[in-house]
Design a protein around this ligand. Structure first.
Ligand SMILES: [Zn+2]
Length: 122
């Protein structure tokens, strides 16, 4: 596996249960993000040129990211329903919490997390 250009690695998809952020890291240093508010993946940022990609991914894992699995990100309609019903899930999967609150682990409810994402991505 010395010549990566001949056999490019697939992108790495990571999810942070503590804030609901999902990122996809490409070998060409592009990072995309996904959430209930996005249609699939959207452009987010790039890895610094002097940062090895493996090291960047290791750093994200140290910061609370793990591999993304199906069901991590609710659909937009599901988050709206949480808000309407007054009962929400947290980004780490805890259930039965206030839509504007957080679970006992400090993870925000999805409606709350989406507000924070909207504020941070611009
Ligand atoms: Zn929790």
């Amino acid at each position: 596996m010395k010549d990566r250009s001949a056999n490019p690695l697939p992108p790495v998809e990571l999810f942070n249960p503590s804030n609901g952020l999902a990122i996809r890291v490409h070998q060409d240093r592009r990072i995309e993000r996904s959430g209930p508010d996005t249609e699939g993946w959207q452009r987010y940022r790039r890895i610094r040129p002097d940062m090895p990609i493996d090291q960047f991914i290791a750093r994200q894992r140290n910061n609370g990211f793990r591999d993304l699995v199906a069901g991590d990100i609710p659909r937009f309609e599901e988050v709206l329903a949480m808000d309407t019903n007054g009962v929400a899930c947290a980004t780490d999967g805890c259930e039965g919490i206030e839509p504007d609150g957080a679970c006992s682990h400090g993870a925000p409810a999805w409606p709350n997390a989406m507000l924070r994402m909207a504020g941070s991505v611009s």
